[in-house]
Ligand binder design. Structure first.
Ligand code: SAH
Ligand code: SF4
Ligand code: F3S
Length: 375
């Protein structure tokens, strides 16, 4: 029996697909190379932008024929998209050939649902649960091992669906993380550890014995072994000096920080509920540049947030030029149902968003060429 997993979205999902693989292998399935040879196909979905959801819908829809040919094929859909009750219901109704639809918090029970599939179709979306510490991961990312340090997000940026589908911030205990890293290094084949969380800088605040993210970094660096350590993602409002100092002083930590700015304009940043200003953001960037020479700095930007004017968009462009990022991701704002921004007046036309995203990407291209000495 073979399985095939289709993963969408961020590194967190890539890592969770490693957990899905473990669950399936524990049930006796082997990793298949194509969908066609699979006895079970699992879609691990993302809800961050409409485009991500559309891709899932298209790909799931395409399985209708395969299911007709092979009645025993099991199709499961999980991840951030299915944690939304309305979307999960709609998926079940639109695609009668889907066997299992489960939310993000139900993942550890995927094996039970698969075993129960003969008794009928299943849809299950729990509310929040604790972080699962029971299932190991079948690591599939070569020399890099992902380590989840927390789940969820408390920030409620007004455009973002993540707090609704991943729940509130919950940190894993320091000793569980340290033990996992030690186990990974014992295997001898991993050269890189990447810590994952939506907002890693607020790690540990919710623990019974609070630990700071900087402390966690220092503790991991104390572990013997030849490895590099990196982390994602940092929120500018929580990136404290002790974390910058840890990156500067610890040899094992990669000199690279992904610090999403989202916009360079203060009115838009306030509307986004980012809780920092352009000036504050630049202050942090300058600190990083001063304390960590040659640090790779990258960022995410959203263009066409509701009511964003041309002048306000121009502030984003000047920020990108001023920081001289090593690389950026630029996204067109995508309204997500249930978020505050999706109900705001002054939604921007697709055409305008498209033009702005291209302008930003052109600026990025010119920066890269300048850095490489081409112009
Ligand atoms: N926790 C991370 C972001 C995770 S989502 C952080 O706070 O930085 C990754 C990126 O997707 C975000 O940085 C943002 O730029 C983009 N994004 C999130 N919601 C979006 C939306 N509704 N429309 C367009 N881009 C969005
Ligand atoms: Fe979304 Fe903001 Fe949380 Fe990042 S910090 S996951 S953008 S709500
Ligand atoms: Fe997407 Fe969920 Fe990650 S919405 S970006 S897969 S946390």
């Amino acid at each position: 029996m073979k399985y095939f997993i289709v993963t969408y979205g961020c590194q967190m999902n890539v890592h969770e697909s490693e957990k899905i693989a473990t669950i399936l292998e524990n049930l006796g399935y082997e990793c298949g190379q194509t969908r066609e040879e699979a006895d079970i196909i699992v879609f691990n979905t993302c809800a961050i932008r409409e485009g991500a959801e559309d891709r899932v819908l298209g790909n799931v829809g395409n399985l209708k024929k395969m299911k007709k040919k092979n009645k025993n094929l099991i199709i499961a859909v999980c991840g951030c998209m299915t944690q939304k009750e309305a979307t999960a219901q709609k998926l079940m109704q639109t695609f009668p050939f889907i066997d299992i639809v489960i939310g993000t918090f139900n993942l550890p029970k995927l094996g039970d649902y698969i075993q129960a599939v003969k008794t009928g179709r299943q849809l299950e979306i729990w509310e929040e649960g604790d972080i699962d510490e029971t299932l190991p991961y079948k690591r599939t990312s070569g020399e890099n091992a992902w380590v989840n340090i927390m789940q969820g997000c408390n920030n409620f940026c007004t455009y973002c669906i993540v707090p609704y589908v991943r729940g509130r911030e919950k940190s894993r205990k320091l000793e569980n993380i340290i033990n996992e890293v030690k186990e990974i290094l014992k295997e001898g084949k991993y050269k890189k550890i990447t810590l994952l969380g939506q907002n890693v800088n607020s790690y540990g605040k919710d623990l019974e014995n609070p630990v700071s993210f900087a402390n966690l970094l220092h503790e991991i660096c104390k572990i013997d072994g030849d490895f590099t350590l990196s982390f994602m993602t940092s929120h500018p409002k929580d990136l404290t000096d002790d974390v910058i100092d840890a990156v500067a002083s610890e040899e094992k930590i990669e000199k690279s920080i992904h610090l999403p700015a989202q916009s360079g304009n203060n009115r838009i940043l306030a509307l986004m509920n980012r809780k920092y200003t352009r000036e504050k953001y630049l202050e942090i960037i300058n600190k990083i540049k001063n304390k960590i020479p040659n640090c790779r700095i990258t960022s995410d930007f959203i263009v066409g947030f509701p009511t964003e004017t041309e002048e306000e968009f121009a502030d984003t462009c000047t920020l990108v030029k001023e920081v001289e990022y090593d690389s950026i991701f630029a996204f067109m704002y995508s309204p997500r149902e249930g978020t505050v921004a999706s109900k705001m007046e002054g939604q921007i036309e697709e055409q305008v968003k498209n033009r702005r995203v291209n302008t930003l990407l052109q600026i990025e291209k010119e920066l890269q060429m300048k850095k490489e000495g081409i112009c």
